[in-house]
Write a protein of this length. Structure first.
Length: 259
C-alpha cells in the first residue's frame, strides 16, 4: 500500500510528478516544495501532501533530510477489509495541502526517522511506522475539516447534548468550545450572539433544568441529584435553585406531592 524512506533533497531546484500520492515531511534542516504553484516551506514541524500527478518543484538546504511516504493510489477491492480505512485516508489527498504538525505528531515523525536510520533494511518496520504517520495526519486533517464546517453552524443543541452526556462531571467553557471547534474567546462571542446567554449561564441553566426534573420525577436524595447534575454539593444546588428559580428542593418536592 505504501513505502517510505529518508532522503536529502537537492540544493538546486528539481521538478517532477508521479502516479502515486506522496507525503513529504521535514526531519532535519529546511526545504521548500511547490505543488501546482502552491508553496510550502518544510522544517521539522511541517509536512506537505502531494496528490498523484501533481507537478511539484523541490529543493533544500545543505542540512536537509526529509521523510518521503509514497501511497499507492489504487483503491483496494470493495471486498477488502481495508477499503473503508483507505477511503477515509485518501480524502486528505483531494488537493495539495501542507500540515503544521503538533508536538505529538512531530515526535512520532522524529521517532520513525530515528528507527529508519537504525534499521535501514527493515522495510516492514518502515511501512508500519509510515502507516501510523499517515493515519495520524489523516485524522488531524479530517478533524480540522469538520471544524471549518462547524465554525459557521454553531448548534446550541449539540452543546446541550454534550452537557447532558457529561452532566455529572466538571465541564469547562473550553470543553464546550471544543464541541464547536472554536477558540474559547470566539466560542464565547458567537454563543452569546446565537443564544443570548453566556456559555456559563447556559451550562448552569441546563444543570438546573435536569435537577428540577429529577426532583419532580424521582425519589432520589437531594445529595444524589446534586451529584448527578454536576453541582459540588447539596448546598450548591440549593443556593442555585434559590437564586435562579426562587425555590428550594424541599419546596419543589412539596409542590409535586400537592399536585
Amino acid at each position: 500500500m505504501l513505502n517510505a524512506k529518508l532522503l536529502k533533497l537537492p540544493v538546486a531546484a528539481h521538478q517532477h510528478n508521479h502516479e502515486h500520492h506522496q507525503i513529504v515531511v521535514g526531519v532535519r534542516g529546511e526545504a521548500d516544495l511547490s505543488v501546482d504553484g502552491t508553496g510550502a516551506h518544510l522544517d521539522t514541524w511541517k509536512a506537505c501532501l502531494v496528490p498523484t500527478e501533481a507537478r511539484h518543484d523541490y529543493w533544500g538546504d545543505a542540512q536537509n533530510h526529509v521523510m518521503v511516504i509514497n501511497v499507492d493510489p489504487v483503491t483496494p477491492a470493495l471486498s477488502s477489509p481495508a477499503h473503508a480505512d483507505y477511503e477515509r485516508m485518501m480524502r486528505v489527498f483531494e488537493e495539495p495541502r501542507s500540515l503544521q504538525m503538533d508536538s505529538r505528531l512531530q515526535g512520532l515523525v522524529q521517532f520513525a526517522a530515528g528507527e529508519f536510520d537504525r534499521w535501514p533494511d527493515n522495510y516492514a518496520l518502515h511501512q508500519n511506522l509510515a502507516t501510523s504517520i499517515l493515519y495520524c495526519m489523516a485524522e488531524r486533517i479530517i478533524d480540522r475539516q469538520s471544524c471549518v464546517v462547524n465554525r459557521h453552524t454553531l448548534s446550541p443543541q449539540a452543546v446541550r447534548h454534550y452537557i447532558l452526556k457529561n452532566l455529572h462531571r466538571k465541564i469547562t467553557v473550553r470543553d464546550l468550545a471544543g464541541v464547536a471547534c472554536l477558540s474559547v474567546s470566539r466560542f464565547h462571542e458567537i454563543f452569546r450572539e446565537v443564544t443570548g446567554v453566556t456559555p456559563h449561564q447556559f451550562l448552569l441553566h441546563t444543570r438546573l433544568e435536569q435537577a428540577i426534573h429529577l426532583l419532580a420525577s424521582t425519589r432520589l436524595s437531594v445529595s444524589e441529584i446534586s451529584y448527578r447534575t454536576g453541582f459540588s454539593s447539596q448546598s450548591a444546588l440549593t443556593n442555585a435553585l434559590r437564586k435562579h428559580h426562587d425555590t428550594t428542593p424541599t419546596r419543589l418536592r412539596a409542590q409535586q406531592y400537592v399536585a
